[in-house]
Design a protein around this ligand. Structure first.
Ligand code: FE2
Length: 308
């Protein structure tokens, strides 16, 4: 029996199947087979994704390589997978990362209810972030890159990987509060007046409020990251002037990777800095603007070419 076609609640579909377009590739939700969702992840060369098994989410979590060269990283070890090989995530208790060395196709199988809910939540959050991109001028690639950077830095901290989901979404949605900032301030070509700057700075609190009232309930657990992403290690940030370890490590990571991405991205009003210049700026801000270990770990990831 072939997979059942899902009732489609999404706006993004290809043929009869809902799709999710990510920087790393495209996921097509094919349907259900024996209680498991089936999806194809068409990964772009150099695309990557993470898996963290959680029995309370899904009993089964399987990844089968259908095509292309894929490597897996687990517990600081990395090895190649063969076409046809299946990784059963339930036997791994830490985070697994898959890296596509060439364009590749991976079959995903997970408990249908969990996976479908996740898939459609991601679709709707992506649509919200596209709304932010429209008002802010950044593409969603900015948010997706930050999410990717943040995950790699997190792995260096050896933090419990259950919290990774919060960081991923905190990184992705960090500027969602910009939706609540008037456009004439957000897109003002010149310098902001002190009054306008005061309004601009409310985007971190407004973003946290959006998540606390969000229809996707677990997002309220992500709100603290959004709220703290402009705090500074020396206590001179906003909104609360938190200092050092009063700032969550999640927010400290987002702050570093956001600054790096902003520096190395070209905007209408500024040229892009080279990675070397941006690293120099991060080092300069170590211990004042930025959490020192977050800077060190991010630079380590850059030196290991984690993002190439
Ligand atoms: Fe921000």
């Amino acid at each position: 029996m072939g997979p059942t076609i899902l009732h489609n609640t999404s706006t993004i579909i290809e043929g009869n199947h809902p799709i999710l377009q990510l920087t790393s590739g495209t996921i097509t939700l094919l349907g259900r087979k024996g209680g498991l969702a089936e999806a194809h992840f068409n990964l772009n060369k150099e695309g990557s994704f993470c898996a963290q098994y959680n029995i309370s989410h899904s009993k089964s979590e399987l990844y089968t390589i259908l095509d292309g060269k894929v490597e897996i990283e687990y517990d600081n070890q990395r090895w190649a997978l063969k076409v046809g090989e299946t990784i059963d995530a339930s036997i791994y208790n830490k985070l697994i990362t898959f890296y596509a060395i060439t364009d590749a196709k991976v079959l995903l199988n997970m408990d249908a209810c969990f996976y479908e809910r996740n898939f459609f939540e991601m679709q709707s959050l992506q649509e919200e972030m596209e709304a932010v991109a429209r008002v802010d001028g950044y593409t969603y690639h900015h948010c997706d890159r930050i999410r990717k950077y943040a995950i790699e830095v997190w792995k260096k901290f050896n933090q419990p990987s259950e919290n990774l989901k919060l960081l991923r979404w905190g990184a992705y949605l960090h500027d969602i509060g910009k939706l609540a900032i008037p456009l004439e301030i957000l897109n003002k070509p010149g310098k902001l007046t002190p009054e306008e700057w005061t309004i601009m700075k409310t985007h971190s609190i407004k973003g946290a409020d959006i998540l606390r009232a969000h229809k996707i309930e677990w997002l309220e657990d992500v709100a603290f990251i959004i709220e703290q992403h402009h705090e500074r290690y020396d206590g001179k940030g906003y909104p609360f002037g938190l200092k050092g370890d009063e700032i969550s490590i999640e927010a400290a990571i987002v702050s570093v990777v956001d600054a790096y991405d902003a520096m190395t991205t070209e905007r209408v009003y500024k040229e892009a800095m080279s990675p070397e210049e941006a690293i120099y700026e991060l080092k300069k801000g170590k211990g004042t603007q930025f959490h020192p270990a977050a800077v060190d770990n991010f630079i380590k990831c850059l030196q290991e070419n984690k993002f190439d």
